[in-house]
Design a binder for this molecule. Sequence first.
Ligand SMILES: Cc1ncc(COP(=O)(O)O)c(C=O)c1O
Length: 444
Amino acid sequence: MTAVLSAPSAVGHQSVDAGIVDHDHPARPVIPGLAPVVGADVSVPLAHGGTTRYVNLDYAASAPALSSVAAAVAEGLGEYASVHRGAGHLSQVTTARYEAARETVREFVRGRVDDAVVFTRNTTDAINLAAHITPGDVVVLDIEHHANLLPWCAPRDGRNRARVVPACDTIEDTLVALEAELESAPASLLAVTAASNVTGEVLPIGRLASIAHRHGARILVDAAQLVAHRPVSIVSHGIDYLAFSGHKAYAPFGAGVLIGRRDWFDAADPYLAGGGATADVDLGPRAGGVTWHTGAARHEAGSPNVLGAVSIAQACRALADLGPEAIGLHELRLSERLDQGLAAVDGVRPLRVFTDSTDRVGIAGFTVDGIAPRVVAEYLSARHGIGVRDGRFCAHPLLRRLGHPAGAVRASFGAGTTSEDIDRLLDALRALTAETIREELDEG
Ligand SMILES: Cc1ncc(COP(=O)(O)O)c(C=O)c1O
């Protein structure tokens, strides 16, 4: 492909520029990346020899680090020492960075001043912590990622407290079904995803929060697929608990967050027992027992993942600097190009849960008639150097419901993605579905 300004492989900072033209396809503008990411220039081997630039279309699994996140981690490493456990200068610096990261996260998701911000390993860990502190019944949809399904299904006090509501064909009917469930019997919590990891469809969080609150329940939002793509406001959406992972938000250092109302955190037993969670331990003859901290520290026993927290904080700052409008516009333009392209490839069928969804983050789930998802994904990798995800995406009930119990393919993208990346996928799918390739695969 040639262009007046070539689409940079290590992407530039400039915002989407409709004036740059793809000379091979003059009707199609070149869409550069929105922000530089680490690894944009990596070359990978091809099955028939040679190498090519890797096209990462698996952001929904783990997004590449923003360059500014990598720089913040390098800086943090250079001054690294123990957190909360040392009087030395570098311990103080590291502790200050860790605690400041909580405030950056709180600000980024517009949390309440008295919300607890707990660093976890990832979203799965955050929702397991939420399950640990939540009293009473929980209402969930059947379209959730397992991370927001299985923690609620574990028996509590010998009974199952998860009330699973089948999603309907429309978002509107699904809201009605959820309201009916909450009306039918008291529940403590409605736990719902903000954006599907299979289809990218975005749910109306503010309306869901109002429904939960009308019936005396709180709401937990699984924002794993949302925070890097759309603005989130705990206060204005009325969210009680929000969970997300750093590695899906350009901060891939094994940390996540659960933020929310303090009272349930303080009332629950510590999630992990150990150092850092305790104010006092007395096991002597007149033992006072263990006095646990309140707030975030109560559930963060052990030495924390300070670089994970630092990287999340920097990702939050970088995403705020890019701005939700620019991020939304970038993804919209890439989505339109991908959707139009996919619609023109024979046998490619997009996945949707709802017929009335109007917003999707940068995720396109699809199947290819007659070709197993694993074959599609392996072909894209081996022949074209393109990384997508295939399988059931840790959402088995949803894939079954969509009529694809054996799985599907998912392309997902974000700030570092260019129109060239999208076009490479479309060209590869066209080649795959062309008769000759199909025959070759059948024979192989
Ligand atoms: C919507 C959603 N929730 C939760 C998770 C779990 O995230 P993690 O693997 O970081 O715990 C994912 C991961 O794909 C997800 O997409």
